[in-house]
Design a protein around this ligand. Structure first.
Ligand code: CTP
Ligand code: MG
Length: 247
């Protein structure tokens, strides 16, 4: 098994509302992309295998800065890790596709992880890899949904009508890293390529593209620490959990 990780960091972070792209915004003095890269490189599958290629997608204006930041993580990691930093696309889907184009020939397992989930612990990464190794071609971490979820229809300016309440026991909220047999992920991106041009049609995760090709996706237990940083509030929570204090 030869494992590569595609770490998506090319988004602007518009909902975070910072001048800097989200991936280079610090928590506890360290940029999100650095936290995420450290976790990926620290993880080991139960047979001891770790990530040997890291492909980071970066905003065009920050390619060099991100290469320097993640380069230091790679230098500190045990074992030989190849680093590639590539420009992102218009959507996350396009960015992942750009990352996949960089994979070395011998890679057969691919993790896709978001810099926006900086504190996914190494044991979560390991759990995903082990499930792929056990024969699941597409693996996602999922956590039970705690809210009651309702499907709604088109409404007016005051609100929207409920169509149904979706049974919560059947729902999970999925996280990253997601893990794939390389050939399955590459095929899914090839088949879904046309969706990637616009946010409205693009897949919000890679497993969604795999599902669309009819390949089964397997859910392993997620981890609260892999929560996504989307808003300023999420960043404050991440900061408080990391340092025990405010930003
Ligand atoms: N991402 C990417 N390329 C894009 C868009 C997003 O690599 N064109 C990455 C982000 O850097 C992030 C992950 O995909 O690590 C998840 O995306 P999201 O949380 O939506 O981040 P942003 O797109 O940066 O934020 P926003 O949607 O608020 O602008
Ligand atoms: Mg986004």
């Amino acid at each position: 098994m030869t494992i590569a990780a595609v770490l998506t960091a090319a988004g602007s972070g518009s909902r975070l509302g910072r001048e800097l792209p989200k991936a280079v915004v610090p928590v506890a003095g360290t940029p999100l992309v650095v936290h995420a890269a450290r976790a990926l490189l620290a993880a080991r599958a139960s047979d001891g295998t770790g990530v040997t290629q890291l492909v980071v997608t970066a905003p065009a204006a920050h390619l060099d800065a991100i290469a320097t930041l993640v380069g230091a993580v790679v230098d500190d990691a045990s074992g030989d890790v190849r680093l590639d930093v590539v420009g992102g696309g218009r959507t996350r889907q396009e960015s992942v596709a750009a990352g996949l184009a960089e994979l070395l020939d011998d890679v057969d397992v691919v993790l896709v992880h978001d810099a926006a989930r900086p504190f996914a612990p190494p044991e979560l990464v390991s759990r995903v890899v082990d499930a792929v190794r056990a024969g699941h071609a597409a693996v996602v971490p999922g956590l039970p949904v705690v809210d009651t979820v309702k499907r709604v229809g088109a409404g007016d300016r005051t609100g929207r009508p409920v169509i149904e309440t979706v049974p919560r026991a059947d729902l999970v909220a999925v996280q990253t890293p997601q893990g794939f047999a390389r050939d399955v992920l590459e095929r899914a991106h090839a088949v879904g390529w046309g969706r990637g041009a616009h946010e409205a049609t693009a897949a919000s995760d890679d497993a969604g593209l795999v599902e669309a090709t009819g390949v089964a996706v397997w859910v392993v237990p997620g981890d609260e620490r892999a929560a996504k940083v989307t808003t300023a509030r999420d960043l404050l929570v991440a900061q408080a959990l990391t340092t025990g204090g405010p930003a």
